[in-house]
Design a protein around this ligand. Sequence first.
Ligand SMILES: [Zn+2]
Ligand SMILES: [Zn+2]
Ligand SMILES: [Zn+2]
Length: 257
Amino acid sequence: MPEITFLGTGTSNGIPVIGCDCAVCRSTDPRDRRSRTSALVRYGGLSLLIDTATELRAQALANDIRHVDAVLMTHAHADHTGGFDDLRRFNELQQQHIPVYTDPITAGMLRERYAYTFSDQYPFYGGKPDLILHEIAGPFDILGQTVVPIPVLHGRLPITGFRFADLAYVTDAKEIPDTSLDLLQDLDVLVLNALRERSHPTHLSIAEAVEVIQTVRPRRAYLVHLSHETSHAEAETLLPAGIEVAWDGLTVATKST
Ligand SMILES: [Zn+2]
Ligand SMILES: [Zn+2]
Ligand SMILES: [Zn+2]
């Protein structure tokens, strides 16, 4: 049933990196141009935006996104929240408040950083985002569709992935607890972060991501949140069959679609 469009697939700097002349940043392969990681999931008739990356406006234009039923936030790091203010255009288009779902830690950070988006002094839709923040603690429903949060560790910071029927989306993980691996069984498509070949304290490396994927055995997996250390073409040569590197603009539907 669900379908995912990768709006952005790059790590926090984006690719190309400002002022970098490396082979990946100078690559002519369009798949090596990566904006900050986020995605749109179409699920049971709903359009669900995962994170509001720095380039949200450009991503929405490139993918002709005109409607967002709800926003799901994985965590509050700047590369995943930088486009938060651009949600106001969807308020304007839809003439309604938009719900935001996230874990209590992320909710606290969003309230601090974007307090004005949750206060309702002038709800005229478009002047600022008008959002309703929902703190989640376990599976929740959005207009009748069930979403299962997947708790993971981003270094020491607990953050959240999301499962929509046979599709799961986990970004910025370094460690996935056993209880969360249990929540990733029987997937058609798993989206998982993989920063680069070398190890990193807060992100899975490519080899570590492959290990997680081989543990939960989805039918297909897609890697996101890549750095400029590995080109798309090089990264693909490191992967076993059934695991691919996502690119900005790619859409994938699960087999039950
Ligand atoms: Zn570079
Ligand atoms: Zn992060
Ligand atoms: Zn990130």
